[in-house]
Design a protein around this ligand. Sequence first.
Ligand SMILES: Cc1cc2nc3c(=O)[nH]c(=O)nc-3n(C[C@H](O)[C@H](O)[C@H](O)COP(=O)(O)O)c2cc1C
Length: 172
Amino acid sequence: MFERIDIDSLELNPFSTIGTDDFLVTAGDGESWNTMTAGWGFFGVMWSKPSFAIVVRDSRHTYGFLERSAGFTASFFPPEYRKALQFCGAHSGRDTDKAAATGLTPIVVEGPEGLDLVTFEQANMVFCCSKASRTVLDPSQFIDAGIEKHYPKKDYHTLYIGYIDQVLVREE
Ligand SMILES: Cc1cc2nc3c(=O)[nH]c(=O)nc-3n(C[C@H](O)[C@H](O)[C@H](O)COP(=O)(O)O)c2cc1C
């Protein structure tokens, strides 16, 4: 149902792909996982490897899964799943079964070295990543004072950079 594509063949605008469409960050394995909507992140090259970076506040249920997992997926969806993504960004996996509520169907994809990752059948593009680093954003390092307005509760994001092990796209 998914085909693995060469990352060099990707043709997309990173600003609209991430900035307009949002995506699901999913961590955990087939037994236990959680997903949440993300609107911020970026991809490019880090430490000479294709990489995908996400930022997750420690108040998110997904945060604990990310901390315990060796990897994560960043999954993008066709426009008809906008409501499902809104739902996953407005409810917590602590008290909601997001798959049951949205109809999204979790599937396990195999990463390198036995790394099991979770994405969803309905995704049309999935970045499968191994965690390379985590960095808690430190407000004393903010140069733009305006950034602080994003943190009235002081729940600063943790920046996770993942190496992109594979990119999957839905087969036609
Ligand atoms: C469009 C949109 C984008 C979001 N982007 C992020 C993000 O990049 N980082 C983050 O920590 N939370 C983000 N959120 C908030 C989480 O998705 C939301 O708090 C979610 O309910 C967390 O679920 P969880 O507790 O199951 O992890 C976003 C929410 C929406 C609706």
